[in-house]
Design a binder for this molecule. Structure first.
Ligand SMILES: *Cc1c(COP(=O)(O)O)cnc(C)c1O
Length: 369
């Protein structure tokens, strides 16, 4: 492993995540025109690393927006017709909300937060109705649950639908192979497992998806993937890109590739397992109210959502941990005060995570006393 890749940071927030100083410094380079050879070389230089990270031979589109923009792009450009949204947390609920806001008839397959939709559940839902697209969160950051998006995409195809995959806290931290898994559309954001500053989003789509999009009405303009595809072929973006963030990406994405994707996934799994063992220890010491929200076997390696007793709030814990120099996150959405989250993703080392967890233990010892 490249020692230089790992941060000594204290920012275990589940997004944005810790960004290395070298990556932040890269953003201070002077600007260049976005219609010119220098920018085209910068854009082209990101493609190889992004294709490695996405496990695809397809171009990877770079949007100067947060990840939600490319969620909306996926919905707008999906084949016309009804959408099935699998909802198991706040971000997958956002995908459903986007589909509705874009005027799609949308059905929600909802499972309790912390759970995932099993393949049987998805198959049953797809059998009830004809759908054009299925939306799913690979790694549901609000709960820490991980979906089998390969299996879900296969079922969607059997039913004549495409699969739109939000892998914002997946790609770069959890295994995802765009081509081999036959996903139709997958996206991520810069500020999660890729450990870049916020402001860029990345997505891949199959040629069939882009071709079909050409005959989809009301794709809008700013998030039209047909445009991203056409400009991408010239190593450009449809509009003025966040050039300084491209500099950061040019520093960080090759470093990710140098670590190796399998090695990176394994490091994230190690950090997740350290966290689960730590939660087991909390249970033993302080009672069964402490637990990992997501069910074993369906957990993302990038973020863990941990339940706490009703005797204190997540905000109190987060504040106490911050006073000792580490940043962790509240729960998200309806779990805001009843869970807290540790983002063990990006360039963090397991050793540093252990330090963060021991600081959390100190605060919990006081609060649970
Ligand atoms: C962070 C996140 C998003 C939203 O990303 P923005 O960059 O804030 O738009 C969507 N989905 C998941 C799973 C996320 O973790």
């Amino acid at each position: 492993m490249t020692a230089s890749l790992l941060t000594q940071g204290t920012f275990f927030f589940p997004g944005p995540t810790e960004v290395r100083t070298e990556v932040l410094a890269a953003m201070a380079r002077p600007l260049i025109p976005h219609r010119g050879k220098a920018f085209e070389a910068l854009y082209a230089g990101l493609q190889g690393p992004l294709q490695t990270i996405f496990f695809t031979k397809r171009p990877v589109y770079v949007s100067s927006s947060s990840a939600t923009g490319l969620m909306e792009a996926g919905v707008r450009c999906a084949p016309e017709g009804r959408v099935l949204s699998i909802v198991n947390g706040a971000f997958s609920a956002r995908f459903a909300a986007i589909a509705k806001a874009c005027g799609r008839e949308t059905d929600v397959l909802e499972v309790p937060y912390g759970e995932i939709a099993t393949l049987d559940m998805v198959k049953d839902a797809l059998a009830k109705q004809r759908y054009a697209a299925v939306t799913v969160a690979h790694s549901e950051t609000s709960t820490g649950a991980l979906h089998d998006v390969r299996g879900i995409a296969a079922l969607a195809h059997d039913a004549g639908a495409v699969a739109l995959v939000d892998s914002v806290t997946g790609i770069g931290g959890a295994e995802l192979r765009f081509d081999e898994w036959e996903l139709d559309y997958a996206l991520t954001g810069s500020q999660k497992a890729l450990a870049l500053p916020p402001g860029l989003a990345f997505a891949a789509a199959t040629p069939a998806f882009i071709d079909a999009a050409k005959s989809t009405a009301r794709r809008g303009l700013y998030f039209d993937l047909v445009e991203f595809d056409a400009y991408g072929a010239k190593n450009q973006t449809p509009n003025t890109p966040a050039i300084n963030l491209f500099y950061a990406a040019a520093e960080q994405l090759p470093a990710i590739v140098a670590e190796g994707m399998e090695a990176r996934w394994a490091r994230h799994r190690r950090m997740a397992e350290l966290t689960y063992a730590w939660v087991d220890d909390l249970r033993a010491k302080h009672g069964d109210a402490f637990g990992v929200l997501a069910r074993a076997g369906a957990r993302t390696p990038t973020v863990t959502s941990i339940t706490i007793p009703t005797t204190f709030t997540a905000s109190t814990l987060v504040k106490g941990v911050a006073e000792r120099g580490f940043t962790i996150g509240n729960g998200y959405g309806k779990n805001r005060e009843t869970t807290f989250r540790i983002g063990h993703m990006g360039d963090h080392s397991p050793d540093r995570l252990v330090e963060c967890l021991s600081v959390c233990s100190e605060v919990i010892r006081e609060l649970a006393a």
